[in-house]
Design a protein around this ligand. Structure first.
Ligand code: FE
Length: 177
């Protein structure tokens, strides 16, 4: 009898695995894949990261690495989020730090995803950027210091700020319906 119960348990578990994966299961798989490729990625650990350039080069894709670690800028109107209107949260693609909510995203004609505020004041850090003969404020991730973009004073109310970000260093997670 015990053997029959054990056999039934195995059979039921196999049937369960054969079912189509749910959205949550897909999301968990995606997160696991990301974590296995980049062991420093976490959506819960807020410990600041201070890794060498060589380590970042090893764990990030070349496209993310170029923008996140060397301040490259993706071409306007080419990123996946510049006109995206999905409801959810944007995380740092390099380390998983929570950065923006879609509620703070606004339609901007600049060709890059634009937000009027971060999720938390310390979600990002700021640096003076004097490159290209301009004086701008660079925005970097508050956890891993990945270059995200720049912030300008021509955004909408209530803050008047425009966080002009590179899509490639953002990772969008839709709200659970
Ligand atoms: Fe980060």
């Amino acid at each position: 009898m015990a053997f029959l119960s054990f056999f039934l348990m195995i059979a039921l578990s196999a049937c369960n695995e054969a079912q189509l994966p749910t959205k949550t299961a897909i999301r968990k798989t995606m997160t696991k894949q990301h974590q296995s490729a980049n062991p420093y990625y976490s959506r819960t650990d807020t410990t600041r990261l201070n890794l060498s350039d060589a380590v970042w080069k090893q764990v990030l894709s070349p496209a993310v690495y170029d923008v996140a670690r060397h301040g490259s800028t993706e071409q306007a109107f080419t990123g996946k989020y510049w006109d995206y209107e999905g409801k959810g949260t944007y995380f740092c693609a390099a380390c998983g730090n929570m950065l923006f909510r879609s509620d703070a995203k606004f339609a901007s004609t600049c060709g890059w995803p634009s937000f009027f505020e971060t999720v938390r004041p310390n979600s990002v850090l700021y640096r003076k950027d004097l490159s290209f003969g301009m004086e701008r404020t660079e925005v970097v991730c508050g956890r891993c210091k990945a270059h995200l973009g720049h912030v300008f004073d021509d955004g909408p109310l209530p803050t008047g700020k425009r966080f002009c970000m590179n899509s490639i260093v953002l990772e969008f997670e839709p709200d659970k319906s």
